[in-house]
Design a protein around this ligand. Structure first.
Ligand SMILES: *Cc1c(COP(=O)(O)O)cnc(C)c1O
Length: 415
């Protein structure tokens, strides 16, 4: 794991400046700092050539000059390169960048986002504990929680987040797991209120911050104890690598390192870290473009006669809009919308008529993607998951709003 010196806190309160299509705003100090963090050159000690990218430390182990040094370093494997299932310098450089970006003290990278989530859930909970999941949480996360019942870990899932989660907190609740926004209906949680409630009861909070990226939402500054990301999505951004990260206090990340990383084996490799780092270099530039394109797509869909509703924070109304303004510095490009024709055939006709948007899972890459939870005859299942019929999810990529909207309008004409 990699620990960093606490960064100078950025200008808090800047978070309230989200705007619809927002490319007119003045850069905040936080944004300038974030760009420096993403783009900082490799500054390892053994770099006489001045390489700006870190070497890919393609090695499983690190031999030490003396037995004494070996013993000392092995006693703190979370911060010393001894064996690459634990710590590797290429991975450590990426971890340092991600910790700084999330304004955390430390970070640990994993072979996937699920690796990071599993490490938190399976690595820190014990039999008799209870977890409260708030919002439409990533499907495999809840599936994993189901498996944990076999080990005596109970959970409650609140896909439709109530104003007050108090009644669902038990004496045994050891973890409150948030996802904001969710990645099906993009519903936003009041993160400061929820984390304050958890803190008063002495309960740890973890938040899946994949949608917003560390650029657009900094949950640790909103009171969360841990943030997890799938680096497979925007942070990697090129659909060529799977990875995950966990960020938090030095102590909390260290606990997960020994109980959920080192022993579970979902280690990120040096090559993957180099790829994720290459994505991170352009994260601010890409997110500005995803945001611009998504805002235009949201506007076009909201005005379309064959669309019943659009789900994206840029389309939030009322109290949600105020929440969005307080908590986010920008919007990412993942959104969903409801076709008025909510049948499987309607969804299939729409999907098959797309050409720029490809049909596929995952999101956050350069390419535009479309998917849907709709299956023949699964209306009851959708209702149980709180999902409306005719729901289509789009990952708005970097091709530009004009061809993206043209593709969507062409496909909508086929529904
Ligand atoms: C993809 C995803 C994950 C899991 O990440 P992997 O890298 O695929 O393991 C977790 N949370 C959210 C919100 C995701 O979209």
């Amino acid at each position: 794991m990699t620990a960093v010196a606490r960064p100078t806190p950025g200008a808090r309160g800047d978070a309230g400046t989200v705007r619809g299509s927002g490319d007119t705003r003045v850069d905040s100090r936080d944004e300038v700092q974030d760009r420096e963090i993403c783009m900082a050159a490799w500054d390892g000690p053994d770099n006489p050539s001045g390489a700006v990218a870190p070497p890919v430390y393609q090695t499983s182990l690190f031999a030490k000059p003396t037995f004494e040094r070996f013993v000392a370093e092995q006693a703190a494997e979370h911060e010393n390169p001894v064996y690459s299932r634990g710590t590797n310098p290429t991975v450590a450089f990426l971890e340092e960048r991600l910790a700084l970006l999330e304004r955390g003290e430390a970070a640990k990278c994993f072979a996937s986002g699920m690796g990071a989530i599993a490490a938190v859930l399976a690595g820190t909970l014990k039999s008799g504990d209870h977890v409260l999941f708030v919002n439409t949480v990533y499907g495999p996360t809840l599936e994993l929680a189901e498996h944990l019942r076999r080990f005596g870990v109970e959970h409650t899932a609140l896909p439709d987040p109530p104003a007050d989660i108090g009644p669902w907190i038990r004496d045994e609740t050891a973890l409150i797991y948030l996802e904001s926004p969710g990645t099906m209906l993009m519903r936003v949680l009041d993160v400061p209120a929820l984390t304050a409630q958890a803190r008063r009861r002495g309960i740890r909070t973890v938040i899946d911050n994949t949608w917003a990226t560390p650029l657009f939402q900094k949950p640790l500054t909103l009171g969360a104890d841990l943030a997890v990301h799938s680096c497979t999505k925007y942070i990697g951004g090129h659909s060529d690598v799977v990875g995950g990260v966990l960020v938090g206090s030095r102590e909390a990340v260290r606990e997960v390192f020994y109980q959920g990383h080192q022993l579970f084996g979902a280690a990120m490799s040096a090559m993957e870290a180099a790829l994720v780092l290459r994505g991170l270099r352009t994260l601010p530039v890409r997110m500005a473009e995803h945001r611009r394109n998504a805002a235009a797509v949201v506007e076009a869909l909201a005005a379309h006669p064959r669309v019943a509703a659009v789900h994206h924070p840029a389309a939030a109304h009322g109290p949600d809009e105020a929440l969005v303004r307080r908590q986010f510095r920008g919007y990412s490009g993942l959104l969903s919308f409801e076709l008025k024709d909510g049948s499987f055939d309607g969804v299939a006709r729409f999907m098959d008529a797309l050409s720029l948007f490809r049909i596929g899972v995952s999101w956050g890459g350069y390419e535009s993607l479309a998917t849907s939870p709709q299956r023949p005859g699964n209306g009851d299942e959708l209702r149980a998951r709180g999902l409306p019929p005719g729901l289509v999810r789009l990952s708005v990529g970097l091709e530009g709003a004009e061809p993206q909207i043209a593709d969507l309008e062409r496909a909508l004409a086929e529904v």
